[in-house]
Design a protein around this ligand. Structure first.
Ligand SMILES: Cc1cc2nc3c(=O)[nH]c(=O)nc-3n(C[C@H](O)[C@H](O)[C@H](O)COP(=O)(O)O)c2cc1C
Length: 333
């Protein structure tokens, strides 16, 4: 049992969060994670309208009586979704936990806080984490360069970013990007975080609503099988390496503009990947941690395994190392 300021503040049993995932984080997945004692999050913008989000929240509530939340990703867009209406749907539905992500959560935090919603803000740099803390968020999730999705433009991996954030913040820090097992959880705690958030690992579980072929593709893939796209546009995204992402990266790095890749990166194509199970149908998001993923467990199996592994490391493996270190070194060696 690992309890700390984060689990207390968010009312969860284990310090394990399922990050928001477009097209993946539906009520089934969020409820499965929450039922297993973690924090499941529904992705707001996977739902086409605020009313659909309200319905999805109601569906999740039927699937679990444990705390769950909603991820609201705020991205720059030519025709932005009605964020204020999504925010109101979250508040009206009585959800008490929100993960904000994508850009400055300032326009939303005050309304959430006034409604008694706890805010976990996800970002990719210490300066943005400090800014979010000044807005009174309740915790910060920090995504290292290895993460799936948008790692930002600083390219600082978790091994440096997590302790750098923990050193500067007083609110709990959740380590995100590259976590899949008990070793990762213990490492995150050692680096000063209060818990872990996982995207790719939860995407490859029984309850994840994507096609079985894609889960199996994740199991087969190595840590080298991701591609960074949109680098020249300063909107970097880490996605699965496939024929489409390699083409996008090549067009943009040789001077192409967004217009030249618009059709290749269309969300509708990416969605087909998950629906049809064709990993080359479009752009889809995945992290380097896929190289550590070897199976497709239920969320309950996964969370209990992570806790079991973490406990064994903390109570057996590391103490045994300390004992060895304090034993006298035999002469002549
Ligand atoms: C398929 C997929 C879709 C994602 N979509 C979103 C999203 O819409 N909003 C968001 O804030 N993060 C999104 N993420 C990022 C995750 O919430 C999380 O920060 C990231 O996966 C952590 O890295 P990991 O995959 O190594 O665990 C997505 C990740 C995946 C794998």
């Amino acid at each position: 049992m690992i309890r700390n300021a984060f689990t207390e503040a968010f009312g969860i049993q284990h310090p394990i969060v399922q990050g928001g995932m477009q097209w993946v984080a539906t009520a089934e997945l969020a409820a499965a994670v929450s039922n297993a004692g973690g924090l499941g999050l529904i992705s707001a913008l996977t739902q086409p309208t605020p009313q659909h989000l309200a319905d999805e929240i109601a569906r999740c509530r039927k699937l679990t009586d444990k705390p769950f939340g909603v991820n609201l990703t705020i991205l720059p867009s030519i025709s932005p979704p009605p964020y204020a209406e999504y925010r109101q749907a979250i508040i009206d539905s009585g959800v008490t936990i929100v993960e904000t992500a994508g850009s400055n959560p300032a326009p939303h935090v005050a309304a959430f806080k006034a409604a008694g919603v706890r805010v976990l803000h996800k970002c990719t740099s210490v300066r943005h984490a400090v800014k979010a803390q000044s807005l009174q968020v309740d915790a910060v999730s920090i995504d290292g360069f290895e993460c799936a999705g948008h790692p930002g433009e600083d390219d600082v991996p978790g091994l440096v970013l997590i302790p750098a954030a923990a050193r500067k913040l007083t609110v709990p820090v959740v380590a995100s990007g590259g976590f899949a097992d008990g070793r990762g959880l213990v490492a995150a705690l050692a680096l000063g975080a209060s818990g872990i958030s996982m995207g790719t690992r939860f995407m490859c579980t029984v309850e994840s609503p994507i096609h079985q072929n894609i889960k199996e593709a994740i199991v087969q893939a190595s840590e080298r099988d991701t591609e960074l796209i949109f680098r020249p546009l300063r909107n970097t995204a880490r996605v699965a390496a496939n024929t489409v992402s390699r083409k996008v990266a090549q067009v943009l790095s040789s001077g192409g503009q967004f217009e030249d890749v618009r059709d290749l990166v269309a969300g509708s194509r990416g969605r087909r990947v998950y629906e049809l199970g064709d990993p080359d149908a479009g752009i889809w998001t995945v992290g380097q941690v896929q190289g550590l993923i070897e199976d497709i467990p239920t969320c309950a199996e996964l969370i209990s395994r992570i806790l079991r592994e973490a406990r064994a490391i903390l109570t057996d493996h590391l103490p045994a190392l300390l004992q060895k270190a304090s034993a006298p070194i035999p002469a002549g060696r």
